[in-house]
Design a binder for this molecule. Sequence first.
Ligand SMILES: [Zn+2]
Length: 284
Amino acid sequence: MRKAILCGMTFAFVLLAAGTVCAQALRPNRIDILYAAPKTEKLKPVYELVRKERVLEKVRDVLRPLRLPRRLLLKTEDCGGDSNAWYDGEAVTVCYEFLDDIWKAAPAETTPAGIAPIDTLTGPIADVFFHEVGHAVFDLWKIPVLGREEDAADQFSVIIMLNFRRDEARRLIMGNAYQYKNDVKSASITMPTHKFADEHGTPSQRFYNVLCIAYGADPALFGDFVSSGILPKDRAEGCEDEYKQVAYAFKTLMGRYIDRKLARRLHHGWLAPVDRRPPLRQEP
Ligand SMILES: [Zn+2]
């Protein structure tokens, strides 16, 4: 059914399918950012670090092509000890505690898997923002989500990462996967049953999902995930189909909301040089 609706403050009636967002009101460059000052001393170093590294500015830059119906605020703040991140229907919030945990987990040297220290920061930080912005755009664009929204938000993040130049995409994916390292370093894990009730997949599942979608997108670039045995062959066999399904959903449901011309210019040289050493975190 088609119906005429009034778009924002314009006086033109636009024909749109019922339930879609108003095409007239959609614009790129609608992300705002805010570094809220932390209340506690111990979060000051991470606050200074993300400001100095212009983390929010960089995230805003890469998300410029999203054509949003309103402005969307991305902010970092002190969450009173809660290491978390969320989209609350208004803004995306990432806690300094969460960013500090990422910093805490960064190694001093390149990992045996070949992940540079800088990428162990960049990958998880990019992921938390892309994931939360995924929740935001599902809401703002009224995207129908089949399956768990948490999985869809993870997939949104991985698809954004795979749109970067190949060398940067690989660094982002490897850094993203690094955040789950503690959960996959042993051959088996034990966890309380109630943990499976969580709306998110388990960290191990999220780890394999990231690797699978990346491998399915580019088996040459990510072929070592399989040859090294990190991504089991049984799962890897279906990854091309898994990737195609996600990419098709992304393109079909969200392609029209992304300024492709703008996006093409932004996915190059976004990451810091791979040999750049992040500052070592001092225990407060
Ligand atoms: Zn989420």
